[in-house]
Design a protein around this ligand. Structure first.
Ligand SMILES: Cc1cc2nc3c(=O)[nH]c(=O)nc-3n(C[C@H](O)[C@H](O)[C@H](O)COP(=O)(O)O)c2cc1C
Length: 194
């Protein structure tokens, strides 16, 4: 069958979806991110790409730190909410009821609802046309015993249905007929059911 030539996109699969916490003290934030990649082994490093327009961009840029929280699949609603609201207008903590605990090395907090948390410190920054690339070292790793294999490694298969909330398409907002008010009501129902 003939292939169609499409508008270029990064088009990798699977696309991981993570919740990033950043900031320090009483200025901590959470947002959703899928432009993330493992990029070095010794020491372990990963890269995230963040648009300068995000409030989180400046928090990461100023502190040089963040936490990558890997969500269970059932946190998709939370990922949509914190990925479509900005802390400049919405108190995401109050709206979601999400709780945190202090990280061990970095100032940004770790999300309780996620089974895996990676504490990261930025080592390199690169300004790309639309995003800033932050290359960071993973300086501490926390995981629930449920997701460890016999060698004490995080093994996504241990969690049954698979750990990460994965998307098939790189996107930065929920699809087409997006209704912010409906999402807000859904997240309140989710919060009140926890
Ligand atoms: C599934 C999904 C993936 C996203 N991936 C990214 C990303 O890789 N980089 C980015 O800058 N924003 C990404 N976003 C958008 C931010 O999460 C969103 O703009 C958020 O409102 C920023 O919040 P803040 O202004 O409080 O920092 C994504 C959003 C969603 C829903």
């Amino acid at each position: 069958m003939n292939k169609l030539q499409l508008t270029p996109n990064t088009t990798l699969y699977p696309v991981p979806v993570v919740l990033v916490t950043c900031g320090a003290g009483d200025q901590v934030n959470i947002f959703t991110l899928n432009r993330i990649a493992s990029c070095n082994a010794e020491p372990p490093m990963l890269s995230i790409s963040v648009r300068p327009s995000r409030a989180s961009h400046d928090l990461i840029d100023q502190t040089g730190e963040f936490v990558v929280n890997i969500p269970w699949p059932n946190l998709e609603l939370v990922a949509d909410f914190v990925g479509t609201t900005t802390c400049r207008e919405v108190d995401k903590w109050q709206e979601t009821g999400l709780t945190t605990q202090p990280a061990v090395v970095v100032a940004a907090p770790m999300l309780d609802a996620c089974p895996v948390n990676l504490e990261c410190q930025v080592r390199h920054r690169l300004r790309l046309p639309s995003h800033s690339l932050f290359v960071a070292e993973v300086v501490a790793l926390h995981a629930l015993p449920d997701v460890l294999n016999g060698r004490q490694e995080v093994d996504f298969e241990q969690a049954g249905a698979g750990l990460a909330y994965r998307a098939g398409v790189v996107r930065e907002r929920p699809v087409d007929n997006f209704q912010p008010d409906a999402l807000r009501q859904q997240i309140h129902r989710w919060r009140d059911s926890q």
